[in-house]
Ligand binder design. Structure first.
Ligand code: RNT
Ligand code: ZN
Length: 417
């Protein structure tokens, strides 16, 4: 019996005291897909040539060795995935197509540019998710895309988004699992606008055109992502929360909640049950904002636990699509993926280990004293012992040992770039 198994046997009894079945919890935590964002691997660079990252998002830091080619990115992802327990998907942006050195503009992309990714995903038994890229492009340089006053520019981006939906549907079809295609645009203003209405009217119209083509739900799910502000759009964002909430409810789209896209004291965990009262499904961009939408690596903080428990304890796993969204260029990028994704999975496990029935019993009786007491007690329950054993059982390193693997990979592969 390994030391992890020994510790697990004791932990199992602790949890059982409160009616929690640790085996069932591990199964549940294992089965919920987490979609890894490809863009942590190369600072949101992509494989088109020539345009710097724009759109008011920023990957700061200059840690050496970012992936420069699709092969390097897939190799880094393979390394990260070998250290992650549970089920995963991969979330691609349109700029990650393989264009064979040719200039293929955004309105011309097709599934052929993503066929290698589809092959890779199939080999890894993973689904793919997708995003049109409305930034890092000359036609987005003045800060407007789908809500641009110029119809020609709007039409260009509408064509891009339509192409992406078709690509997403084809990914879903080939892989046998619906692709979530998420629309996020940077449109907004640095300073107080004179007209808040017209860009929103234009955006709604562009979205209607994009979504006009019916595509099967078992191949493609459409999501829209709101934001409060970005760099250069501090005073006004066209696609605000209210805008997309309204759009999603009216048109039965998935609403995407990014943890960094609200006021700094506002949390997305509290929004999940509200949104799901009115829309069928939502997408999450689990991220960590530090003072602003800084997209720091996800850590095990209170909000991450809260997000996971809202999903697990309300039985929302089928209706909430979990995506990650962070990009840190100041640390080893593979390690960033591993830390953030292991944390997401660990939080799901913590949620599955929660004695929810017990807590709800106290709540219904109005015994808030016991509710608080138990909530505090479980914070120091032996989650770590179950997690280590869960990793060991899943065939990935338990505890801190995964870092040795990343360090070796850094030395043998990344440092040679
Ligand atoms: C930007 C949004 C968006 C991006 C990715 C790269 O604020 O969060 O989701 O991070 O599309
Ligand atoms: Zn996001």
């Amino acid at each position: 019996m390994s030391q992890y198994e020994k510790a697990y046997e004791i932990a199992k009894e602790r949890f059982a005291e409160f009616g929690v079945d640790t085996e069932a919890a591990m199964q549940q935590a294992e089965s919920i897909p987490v979609s890894l964002h490809c863009w942590q691997g190369d600072d949101v660079g992509g494989f088109e040539s020539g345009h710097a990252l724009s759109g008011g998002i920023q990957a700061t830091g200059n840690y050496p060795g970012r992936a420069r080619t699709p092969e390097e990115l897939r190799s880094d992802l393979d390394k990260a995935l070998s250290l992650l327990p549970g089920k995963h998907r991969l979330n691609l942006h349109a700029i990650y197509g393989e264009f064979g050195g040719e200039k293929v503009d955004r309105d011309e992309i097709g599934v052929e540019h993503f066929q290698n990714w589809i092959g890779w995903a199939a080999a890894n038994k993973m689904g793919l998710d997708f995003n049109p890229t409305f930034f890092s492009h000359a036609k987005a340089d003045d800060g407007f895309t789908l809500s641009h006053p110029d119809q020609g520019i709007r039409d260009f981006w509408i064509e891009h988004a339509k192409a992406c939906r078709r690509i997403g549907a084809e990914m879903g079809k080939q892989l046998g699992t619906a692709c979530v295609d998420n629309v996020w645009i940077p449109d907004g203003m640095k300073d107080v606008p004179a007209d808040r209405l017209e860009p929103r009217r234009l955006l709604a119209d562009s979205l209607d055109k994009i979504f006009a083509e019916e595509l099967p739900k078992n191949q493609l799910l459409d999501a829209v992502e709101c934001k409060l502000f970005g760099i250069g759009s501090e005073s006004y964002v066209v696609g605000s929360h209210e805008f997309y909430m309204g759009y999603a409810v009216k048109n039965n789209k998935l609403l995407c909640l990014d943890a960094g896209h609200f006021h700094p004291t506002e949390v997305i965990s509290d929004k999940i049950s509200s949104e799901l009262t009115f829309v069928d499904e939502i997408l999450l961009h689990v991220s960590r904002g530090v003072r602003w939408d800084s997209d720091h690596v996800v850590t095990m903080n209170e909000e991450l636990y809260a997000i996971a428990r809202e999903i697990v304890c309300n039985d929302f796993a089928e209706r909430v699509h979990i995506g990650l969204d962070f990009f840190d260029a100041s640390i080893n990028r593979v390690a960033a993926w591993v830390i953030g994704t292991r944390n997401m999975r660990k939080a799901l496990l913590a949620a599955a280990l929660e004695p929810t029935a017990e807590l709800r019993k106290f709540e219904l009786k109005g015994d808030y004293t016991s509710r608080l007491a138990l909530m505090e007690e479980i914070k120091t329950f032996p989650l770590g012992a179950v997690w280590d054993y869960f990793c060991e059982k899943s065939g990935v390193p338990a505890g801190f040992k995964w870092l040795d693997d990343v360090k070796a990979y850094e030395k043998n592969v990344i440092d040679k770039r």
